[in-house]
Structures are given as C-alpha cells and as structure tokens.
Design a protein around this ligand. Structure first.
Ligand SMILES: Cc1cc2nc3c(=O)[nH]c(=O)nc-3n(C[C@H](O)[C@H](O)[C@H](O)COP(=O)(O)OP(=O)(O)OC[C@H]3O[C@@H](n4cnc5c(N)ncnc54)[C@H](O)[C@@H]3O)c2cc1C
Length: 459
C-alpha cells in the first residue's frame, strides 16, 4: 500500500502497517518545513508507546515542559501546570518528522523522497492509499472532500527569536499564550535561549490580503500583546516571519474503498488546542488498524472504513467545540471583530450533556437505594477496536450513535448488571468482580451518564 506524506501521521501509519506484516511504500518530499515548533501534551506518551517510538522521541532531545502560562482574556498570567510529574514536549516539526521517518524505515517501510504528483493519487487495484499530506491534502482536495467552515480564515505568522539569558516568564519551558484585541499570540521554546513566537491573525482585517508586508503586520501584532511585547524586548528575531494558513477544515468523508485521509489531510483543528500532533498520531493509528483489518478480514472492510470515518468526524467535532468554547472565554475582554467573528456562532452541542450527567449523579447520591431497569437504547453488533483489528461487538445504540465504553467502563455490561442491585457500592463491586478493578470515579461517571442518557432508567 502507499502512504502519501511523511509527517507524524504518515510515518506512524506506515510504521505500524509494516510492523504488522504489510508491504508499505511512503512518498514524501525531501525538503520539509523546518520552521514550525509545536507543543505536544504529556497525554501523547500513550500514542508514542502504541506506535513504538517513545525511545526515538526521548533521543530527539526536545525541551520537556511542565505546563502553559496564559494571559487569556486577563492581564495577569495564569500558570497551568500539567498533572503531578507529567511533562509535554516542545518539538521542532522537522526534528519530529525526521525521528519518526527513521523509525518507519527501521520497521521496513520503503521511503521515496520526492514531490508528489497527480499520478500518485490513483489508488491501485486491491491496494490502499493513505493521504497523510497534511494541510496540502493532495488526495482530499483532488477528490473535493475538504470543507472549510463558514467562519473566518486565520493566518499564523511565526518567527524564531533568541536571547542570551533566560526569558522573563514564570517558567521558561512553558508554552505561552496571550489573547489581545485583534488576535492571539503563542510561543514555544526550542531551547532555553530560543523561542518560536507566532501570532494568529485574520488575513482580511490585518491587511495581509491587501499586500501589507508580513514582517510589519507581525511586529505590529506582537506590539499589541502586552506580555509578548515584554517577552521580545531584549530578544532578537533571528529568522522569519513565515506564514501558515491556520484555518480549520474538515472532510466530508475520511475513508471509502481504497483510500483514507489521516491526520491533517482529513481535518485541521485550531492550533489553540495544542493537539494537532496527538490527533494526527491517533488518526494514523486508527487508519493503520482499519487498513490492517480490511486486508486481514475482507468481510470487515466496509465496517472498518466506516468506523474510521465516523471516529475522525467525531474527533474533529470535539476539538472544534473545545476551541470555540476557549475562544468565547476571551472574547468578552476584546471588543474587536476578530473575536466577534470567532465566538458568535453557537458551539455544536456536546454528545453528552454535562449538566444532565451531574443531575443524574445527584439523583443517585440522594436516593437511599436504586431500582434500575434497562432504558431506551437497543443493543446491536457494532464495530470497535480490539488489539490491531476492528471487530463487531454488542454496543448500545441510540439514534445513529453507538457506544460501548464511557471512561473505560463497559456500559453494555453495566446496563445488564444495573437492574440486579439496589445499592451503588454493591453494583460497583459486582462490576469489578466481573470485569476487573476500575477507578470508582470512572464507574460513577459511567453510571450517571447511563442514567442521564436513559440507557438505565431509575424507577
Ligand atoms: C501555526 C501552527 C501551529 C501549530 N501548533 C501546534 C501545537 O502547538 N501542537 C500540536 O500538536 N500541533 C500544532 N500544529 C499542528 C501540527 O503541526 C499538525 O497537526 C501535525 O503536524 C499534523 O501532522 P500530519 O502528519 O497530519 O501533517 P504534516 O505534519 O503537515 O505532514 C505532511 C507531510 O506531507 C508532506 N507533503 C505535503 N505535500 C507534499 C507533496 N506535494 N509532495 C510530497 N510530500 C508532501 C510534507 O512534507 C509532510 O512530510 C500547528 C500547526 C500550525 C499551522
């Protein structure tokens, strides 16, 4: 099979498929983008482990960070630490890409370094083509699968800065984020003395589309951000600025017979989330599982591809909702069209209503005992991931959605056990006996969700 693009998504998908015994060709251009630095959250370590690249990531020597420092709709810094002991990575995308490609080659992937052309976009008979060309989205665009939202476009202008001594911030390993009137600024350290500093601006309102010089716009925007203005005062801009289209998009479909869109080729989420690399790796892992399943068990092919497509859609929707909420948080402080344009359309509703879950939890807590009966949802065979394959297992179906696990708790099993107990602690014990120990908070969240969603009804 062929993987187009050798960024995090392409190299991870190719490596996994080669490891699982498939013959994989990866084509990517020689010159990669050396200029971008990204912040990767600590939770990505599970994906690095699953893809088998944790040691390579350690060897790459990225700055490790303990959190973020943000000025988000407020003049005072808010220092947000990751959980106890957790550390994220501040990575140059080029170093990350090179490290992952070395791992893919070591797993047996045949790598061709060249510019992709139209001839590469035809899936071969009986073989799979994975488009992992990032925002270029060569196959996705050629097939008309990409959709930009109706909202405004965003351009990132970024440059490398250096200073001889430490940076004047509470923690110089941190990602820095500041909202200001006509945009937001963001900075990632690439060493203790060097930082990538970017501003996210509206190409129309900033004058970029009318030909305003990028460097003038960039420096003028930084000057509007109080904390970033102070940050660069004693620093030197050593390279850049460069520009990236940072507008969000999604795909109408993420897979069909013979092709899949992995990572940014399928959807691009607001860089505000700092989750692009994590999303790309998760997408690559699931794309590899879907392709492996399709080849190993041809009867499962339609289920596997539909499952991948649906999951990619849900993930894009989740991040787009989170970004909108985050943008809306700073908007009231900045009476500027940049913020109005990005926060006035309501966020799509969450799949599960948090208030309803809390109310269900309070109901369970207040009751001296519980009497539960199975609610509205049907149980049907639905696709889910087991090991490296997508299989069909019973899932709860409500409307078009099907679900098996909430916070790691098997809600099909919970729905079967629930009616047999009148006390929550007894139900919890019975669940752990049958399915292994699980954390009580996860169990309570799953139970409250089951009640809120009426998978279980309180009598
Ligand atoms: C301004 C900005 C800030 C960001 N900040 C963060 C952050 O802090 N944290 C985070 O996690 N993510 C961040 N991201 C997102 C992150 O960079 C991407 O989500 C991630 O790199 C996606 O990986 P990918 O493999 O899908 O695509 P890419 O990394 O884009 O890889 C695509 C690959 O395809 C190759 N390719 C493309 N076109 C061709 C062609 N015509 N011929 C041959 N090869 C081709 C490229 O060379 C590259 O190897 C940011 C993005 C931007 C633009």
């Amino acid at each position: 099979m062929t993987v187009l693009g050798g960024g995090p998504a392409g190299s991870a998908a190719a490596k996994l498929l080669a490891q699982w015994g498939h013959s994989v060709r990866l084509i990517t251009r020689a010159a990669t983008d050396p200029r971008l630095a990204v912040s990767i959250p600590p939770s990505c370590h599970k994906l690095f482990d699953a893809i088998g690249v944790s040691d390579a990531i350690d060897r790459a020597g990225f700055v490790r960070t303990t959190g973020n420092t943000v000025w988000w709709g407020q003049p005072e810094p808010r220092v947000e630490m990751f959980e106890e002991g957790a550390q994220g990575w501040q990575a140059s995308t080029q170093v990350l890409e090179d490290a992952l490609l070395v791992e893919a080659a070591a797993a047996g992937v045949s790598i061709e370094r060249r510019l992709l052309g139209e001839a590469d976009l035809q899936p071969r008979e009986g073989a799979f083509l994975i488009d992992a060309t990032g925002r270029s989205g060569l196959f996705a665009r050629a097939k008309g699968l990409r959709t930009y939202g109706e909202g405004p476009r965003t351009v990132a202008l970024g440059a490398s800065w250096a200073r001889p001594d430490r940076w004047p911030v509470p923690d110089d390993t941190h990602t820095l984020i500041e909202s200001y009137d006509s945009g937001w600024a963001w900075s990632v350290p690439t060493s203790l003395h060097a930082r990538h500093i970017a501003v996210m601006v509206d190409p129309q309102r900033s004058g970029l589309v009318r030909g305003a010089p990028a460097r003038d716009v960039y420096l003028a925007e930084i000057a509007k951000a109080t904390a970033f203005r102070a940050l660069v005062q004693q620093a030197t801009c050593v390279d850049g600025p460069w520009g990236w289209d940072a507008s969000s998009y999604r795909a109408d479909r993420y897979a069909a017979d013979g092709w899949l869109l992995a990572g940014d080729a399928g959807s691009f989420i607001d860089p505000l989330s700092s989750a692009g690399v994590k999303k790309a790796l998760a997408s690559a892992w699931l794309a590899a599982v879907a392709v492996h399943t399709s080849l190993a068990r041809p009867a499962m092919r339609p289920h596997a591809l539909a499952f991948f497509s649906q999951r990619e859609h849900e993930i894009e929707q989740h991040y787009s909702r989170m970004s909108r909420l985050f943008l809306a948080e700073a908007a009231p402080t900045h009476p500027h069209a940049f913020w109005r344009d990005r926060s006035d359309s309501p966020a799509a509703p969450a799949a599960v209503d948090a208030a309803a879950v809390r109310a269900a939890f309070e109901q369970l807590r207040a009751a001296p005992g519980i009497r539960l009966s199975p609610g509205d949802a049907r149980i049907e065979q639905r696709p889910c991931v087991r090991g490296h394959e997508i299989v069909l297992e019973p899932g709860l179906v409500t409307g078009d959605e099907s679900i098996r696990f909430v916070s790691g708790i098997d809600v099909v099993a919970l729905r079967a056990l629930g009616p047999r107990f009148s006390q929550v602690p007894d139900l919890f014990e019975a669940y752990c006996r049958a399915h292994g120990d699980v954390p009580l908070p996860d169990f309570l969240l799953a139970l409250a969700t089951a009640v809120a969603q009426r998978w279980l009804v309180v009598q």
